[in-house]
Design a protein around this ligand. Structure first.
Ligand SMILES: Nc1ncnc2c1ncn2[C@@H]1O[C@H](COP(=O)(O)OP(=O)(O)OP(=O)(O)O)[C@@H](O)[C@H]1O
Length: 250
């Protein structure tokens, strides 16, 4: 019973299709996809360019409608929601981490992190307090007043992660989150993402073409030409690998 509770799917996708019409031809960006993702999992959706990863992520996040099929997130069929309901769903349930960070350059770091809270009727003081807590969680607590262009790529991505987490989303979607980072910073961001999934029991779905990055996920869903060609279990541990290398201090 305990096992059953732990393995509760938070995302359930069945017979999912997305067909684009390009002139006379039909492009099957998703061609009948089925899978489940469980609470507390870090899952990578892996595929080469054009395989359908972004299409799938956009659909899971409620940014695009499927042509056919079902997407259940936390028990709700999101393919049936109206645009207005989808906006509410995204604000309340999901967080996004993008490759390009997508921080607003006119706001400082903490204001960027606090922004998603402004739709929730929380006082400014409370918003800033929560934002600061998440800035600290991701290791940029001392850079609250910095403008994004005064921060390194890795620091900006940490701010991006804090902004994704600040609303305590059930699910975090990440699209090539380390695409613009060097290998060392990539490892730091990976460590951070693994830590967050483990400590906060959140669910992280990451889209990537990078097999090395994907090897750190608990499971990999491989996609080719809009179809799942394999699901692999087991992932590397960024924290122990780093500890082994550097003998991390307690
Ligand atoms: N708006 C669109 N109109 C027509 N075809 C599209 C559209 N969006 C995507 N496609 C096609 O659907 C397929 C899947 O595209 P998708 O962007 O999901 O791939 P991807 O795996 O994310 O690639 P990349 O890693 O390059 O971003 C491709 O053949 C693409 O050309």
């Amino acid at each position: 019973m305990e096992e059953e509770t732990r393995r509760k799917p938070v995302i359930r996708v069945s017979r999912l299709y997305k067909v684009y019409r390009v002139g006379e031809t039909k492009v099957y960006a998703l061609n009948g996809v089925d899978f489940e993702i469980y609470k507390g999992e870090f899952v990578a959706i892996v595929g080469t360019s054009g395989s359908g990863k972004s299409t799938l992520l956009n659909m899971l996040a409620g940014l695009e409608k499927p042509s056919k099929g079902e997407i259940e997130i936390a028990g709700r069929h999101i393919e049936k929601l109206t645009e207005k309901q989808l906006v509410t769903f995204r604000r309340q349930r999901v967080g996004f981490i993008f490759q390009a960070y997508n921080l607003l350059n006119t706001m400082n770091a903490i204001e960027n992190v606090a922004l998603p809270l402004s739709f929730r009727g929380i006082s400014k003081r409370e918003r800033m307090k929560t934002a600061q807590k998440f800035m600290e969680l991701v290791g940029v607590g001392d850079q609250a007043k910095h403008m994004p262009n005064q921060m390194s790529g890795g620091q900006q991505q940490r701010v991006g992660i804090a902004r994704a987490l600040v609303v305590n989303p059930q699910i975090i979607f990440a699209d090539e989150p380390t695409g613009n980072l060097d290998s060392r910073t990539t490892m730091e961001v990976l460590k951070l993402m693994q830590k967050i999934v483990r400590e906060q029991n959140q669910t992280l779905v990451m889209v990537t073409h990078d097999n090395n990055l994907a090897s750190y996920a608990d499971r990999r869903i491989r996609i080719v030409d809009g179809k799942i060609v394999g699901i692999e279990e087991g992932g590397r541990d960024a924290v122990t690998e780093e500890t082994g290398e550097k003998g991390e201090k307690a």
